[in-house]
Structure formats: structure tokens, C-alpha cells
Design a protein around this ligand. Structure first.
Ligand SMILES: [Ca+2]
Length: 252
């Protein structure tokens, strides 16, 4: 009987911590390679607010403030050769190195209107597992409804797909967009979309998330779900520990 109880308690603890572990997400974009399209070069070949070391966007370092003088920022300009020829949309092509179950992608942007730097009018991504078959655009939402001038603001894009390549598209409101970090979080993907789309024949390795730009604020939905899983796991663990203590106390 004692062994059975110990076994049951062990299984409860293992399952609880498994739930906790699976609820975690990890930024798998750290150190990933990327290509920036939209850095401005003038007629003399001088570049402005460049990506000095070619790693600013995935070095897991964030700017200290929204100031354009912080070298963590890469400046994207609407009059750059690429962006001017791309309808006023700068892009960053991110390669994660291999396929991951990506829950969401995040772009960190300066909001410094006094210096002519504004948040993108829109941030949207397209994603691919193989670099050939791409999703429809998936739009992000800023982390706050009313971004404060002078702060760095994140745009969060819900992905929920198996992807390796993520192309961020930044639609310019004004001349300048400044980005200091891009993130891609891997974790348990919500496969609701996959289930609904299973009638397509299942040939495509990339799910095609709905092109959506929700008017309502759904940006917090994923995080509370994760929190509830974590809290449930923690509660089960605590209950199992208390039960073990009571059991041992009674045995004495
Ligand atoms: Ca950075």
C-alpha cells in the first residue's frame, strides 16, 4: 500500500511538472540570421542607422530607450531603394535555422514621434516551413491600445504553425521605423486552425492561418491560457506534496 501511494504521488508530480514544462515558450530567434530590407543609403554610399554588427535584431538585447542614438536600433526608411519600390513596406527576412512550432512572433519598435520615428502603420508576417510555400499575411497587434510617445512598443503576431522562415513586413506611417529586436516563441501551438483546415488534403506543410486583423483585443488570450495551465500544474504539485506529508505523518 505504501509503495502504491508513493508511486501515485510520483506520477502526479511528474505529470504536473510535465504540464508546467510544456506550457513554457522559448525565443528561438536568438542568434538567428536575417536579411534587412529598408536601410537607407544616400547617393554617396553612406548608410543611416545601419545594423552595425549584423546581429542587432536577434541578439536578445533591447534598446535602453526609444532614442535613435541607441545602436541597438536598426533604422528603416520609406525612401530607401527597397522600401520605395515595395509600396512603402520595409521587410526583415528571418531564418530560424530549422522548423519550430511557433506560437507568436514579436517585433520591438521605437515610438518617438518627436524625432520623426513612428510605429509601423501595420506589422504583418508571412511564414514558411520550406521557404517555398508561404502563408497569407498574419497581422500583429501592439501590446498596448494607446502607445505612449517616447516608449518602445512591441507588436505581437499570433502564428501557431510549424515554421522556419518568418518575413516581417513593416508598413511605414512616416519616414522612419526603428526596430531593436525580433522574437519568435516556440511552444505548444494551438492547432485549432490545423484541425479546421484538415480538409485541404494535408499536403501543405505550412498551415495558412487566417488573415485577420481583429478589431477586438484578443492579444492577451494566449498568455492567460498559459498561466492557467501553469497555475493548475502548480496547484496539483502542492496538493500532492501536502498529501505526501499527511501520509507520512500518519504513518508515524
Ligand atoms: Ca537587439
Amino acid at each position: 500500500m505504501k509503495k502504491l501511494c508513493a508511486l501515485v504521488l510520483t506520477l502526479i508530480l511528474i505529470s504536473a511538472f510535465s504540464v508546467y514544462a510544456s506550457a513554457e515558450t522559448e525565443n528561438v530567434a536568438i542568434g538567428a540570421s536575417y536579411t534587412v530590407n529598408g536601410i537607407y543609403t544616400d547617393g554617396d554610399g553612406k548608410t543611416y542607422y545601419p545594423d552595425e554588427n549584423g546581429d542587432s535584431l536577434t541578439n536578445n538585447v533591447f534598446a535602453q530607450s526609444a532614442s535613435y542614438s541607441d545602436t541597438e536600433f536598426v533604422g528603416l526608411n520609406v525612401t530607401s531603394e527597397f522600401t520605395g519600390g515595395n509600396g512603402g513596406v520595409s521587410t526583415v527576412e528571418l531564418d530560424l535555422g530549422k522548423v519550430f512550432p511557433i506560437t507568436e512572433a514579436v517585433a520591438s519598435c521605437s515610438n518617438l514621434n518627436s524625432a520623426g520615428i513612428s510605429l509601423p502603420g501595420d506589422v504583418y508576417v508571412t511564414v514558411s516551413a520550406d521557404g517555398e510555400s508561404w502563408s497569407e499575411p498574419i497581422y500583429g497587434e501592439f501590446e498596448v491600445d494607446q502607445p505612449v510617445d517616447g516608449e518602445v512598443i512591441k507588436s505581437i503576431v499570433q502564428i501557431n504553425a510549424e515554421v522556419r522562415y518568418i518575413t516581417f513586413n513593416f508598413v511605414h506611417n512616416t519616414n522612419w521605423i526603428f526596430i531593436d529586436e525580433l522574437q519568435a516563441f516556440a511552444g505548444d501551438i494551438d492547432d485549432t486552425e490545423k484541425t479546421e483546415g484538415s480538409e485541404d488534403g494535408g499536403e501543405q506543410s505550412v498551415q495558412t492561418p487566417q488573415t485577420s486583423k481583429p478589431a477586438t483585443d484578443n492579444s492577451d488570450t494566449a498568455q492567460p491560457d498559459t498561466d492557467w495551465i501553469y497555475l493548475t500544474g502548480a496547484a496539483v504539485s502542492i496538493a500532492a506534496l501536502i498529501a505526501a506529508i499527511i501520509y507520512r505523518t500518519k504513518k508515524k
